[in-house]
Design a protein around this ligand. Structure first.
Ligand SMILES: *Cc1c(COP(=O)(O)O)cnc(C)c1O
Length: 496
């Protein structure tokens, strides 16, 4: 009996001791933390230095990766340093690398160093920024950045906005605002408040998250009207006008026009002034989706490409694209602060305050929220607008170089964009674009993608890496040429 009790006590002590140890693993003491952080730092440094010499594309054996992954049932505590080794080695070989110098990809940047540091700082303090009173300093830093961006974009001084998870959330916010502003009963009874199908107008070259947004908001995917482009990748605003008139005569309810300033495929800018005229004519909410291209506000040289952006009711600009912060940072801006407050208002007893003018949780989709704005704040402070101007201009120069080097070999560029993306057609009928892209990507030296521009298959190359050098561009040129069999006639001649 006594022996049994002793055994139980011993087991109890051992269990407690183990649990204590596991808690220490989650919240280790100072010296352990320092040692582990140092190890992680060194390990990341090695990976970073190794990366440019390896392939852009995954090379991991996924079968053995999955076997190891599945074996982790979280039953045995593991050593954190060994885990770091495994995770970092897996990432080194298991993803397309946006930080690789020859990733000519989908706007995913090499993140700025200040943004990486901001993530560490935000994680350390973990401020809750849904209410001002919980983290006044963090909320005010974000608001300050938002105000500066809004003012740089030409919006009035009393404009408001907030950081979002990305461009999709910011665009979704615009539609919620537009629906709320269009119909006072929308807040209470939803889509039924409208006497017909609500409609939102975007070009067929727009970012198609609009369909998901319409679905989520309960206005249905039919809400999205894809307006044809004018043959150069820009929304045809006379067809836009006609489409709205047509929808009105069918008892549908036009709500919002979203012009794209920098299409995802081709960096084309819809006619921002004309679209503003159409929106004003019909009394619609005017949104500008400048998720990527919005970064041109930094450059006095290219700012004019966005002429008319200042007329928008609301604007989307992603910090995690051309502003090159780490992932998960978009920005929503609006001159109609009252609508924003109306669209997301709610009152709860347990929140420390409920003042629509200061609390992010009553002016945005998210509730608990990470302090993401610090990434752009630190980056802007360190580089200044001038540093960002050089950053975007460098990217544009690199794409100009690419186009100029390929032209003598018969390549044509089909998108007349002043942004850092080229839609390229290889010479003649030398090779199908998808085959070419597959070969280049499979070789692993550079990453480009295939897309369609005005119906034509093209190679899409976008400068996303702030450290991109002329020699990286030259290597891409070599990669593209190597996989193209030259042919006598050029694509330009064929298109006549
Ligand atoms: C990338 C992009 C989006 C979507 O933004 P996320 O940050 O990926 O959510 C929307 N519109 C345009 C024009 C984009 O380029």
């Amino acid at each position: 009996m006594i022996a049994g009790t002793v055994v139980l006590v011993v087991i109890h002590v051992i269990l407690n001791c183990c649990m204590g140890m596991n808690e220490e693993k989650l919240f280790p003491d100072e010296s352990t933390r320092t040692a582990i952080a140092h190890f992680l730092h060194e390990r990341l440094r090695t990976a970073r230095n190794r990366l440019p010499n390896g392939p852009v594309t995954p090379s991991v054996n996924l079968e053995s990766f999955r076997a190891t992954l599945k074996s982790k049932k979280f039953e045995q505590p593991e050593d954190i340093q060994e885990l770091f080794e495994w995770v970092i080695a897996s990432l080194e070989t298991g993803i397309v690398h946006p930080t690789h110098p020859r990733y000519f990809g989908l706007f995913n940047p090499q993140p700025t160093f200040p943004a990486i540091c901001a993530d560490a700082i935000a994680a350390e303090f973990n401020p809750q920024i849904c209410v001002w009173s919980h983290a006044p300093v963090a909320v005010e830093i974000e608001n300050h950045v938002v105000e500066q961006i809004a003012s740089r974009a030409g919006l009035p001084n009393d404009s408001r906005g907030h950081f979002t998870s990305g461009g999709s959330e910011a665009n979704c916010t615009a539609v919620v605002c537009a629906l709320t502003a269009a119909e006072s009963k929308f807040a209470q009874i939803g889509a039924r408040a409208f006497k017909g199908q609500p409609k939102i107008y975007v070009s067929k070259e727009s970012h198609l998250a609009w369909f998901k947004i319409a679905h989520q908001l309960g206005i249905g995917r039919n809400a999205v009207s894809l307006v044809p482009t004018d043959g150069s990748g820009r929304m045809d605003t006379s067809l836009l006008h006609q489409q709205i008139q047509h929808d009105l005569s069918n008892d549908e309810v036009p709500i919002l026009i979203a012009a794209t300033a920098g299409t995802t495929n081709a960096g084309m800018v819809d006619p921002l002034q004309e679209s503003a005229e159409v929106a004003a004519h019909f009394g619609l909410w005017y949104h500008i989706d400048a998720a990527w291209g919005g970064a041109l506000i930094a450059s006095p040289k290219y700012r004019g490409e966005l002429d008319g952006i200042e007329r928008a009711d609301s604007i989307t600009i992603d910090a995690h694209k051309w502003f090159a912060t780490t992932m998960g940072a978009g920005i929503f801006l609006t001159r109609r602060a009252k609508v924003l407050a109306e669209a997301f208002s709610v009152s709860t007893d347990y929140m420390p305050s409920n003042d629509a003018s200061v609390d992010p949780y009553v002016t945005s989709i998210q509730w608990s929220r990470r302090f993401v704005g610090l990434r752009l704040f630190l980056s802007l402070c360190v580089a200044g607008w001038e540093g960002y101007a050089r950053h975007v201009e460098h990217a544009i120069n690199m794409i100009d170089r690419l186009v100029n080097e390929l032209a003598p070999a018969g390549w044509t560029v089909v998108n007349a964009s002043r942004m850092a993306v080229a839609c390229l057609v290889p010479p003649g009928n030398s090779i199908a674009v998808n085959d070419l892209v597959d070969r280049v990507v499979a070789a692993g030296n550079s990453w480009v993608s295939m897309t369609r521009f005005e119906g034509q298959a093209v190679v899409r190359a976008c400068a996303t890496n702030g450290n991109l050098t002329e020699s990286d561009v030259d290597q891409l040129v070599a990669d593209l040429m190597k996989h193209t069999v030259s042919a006598p006639s050029t694509a330009a001649e064929e298109r006549g």
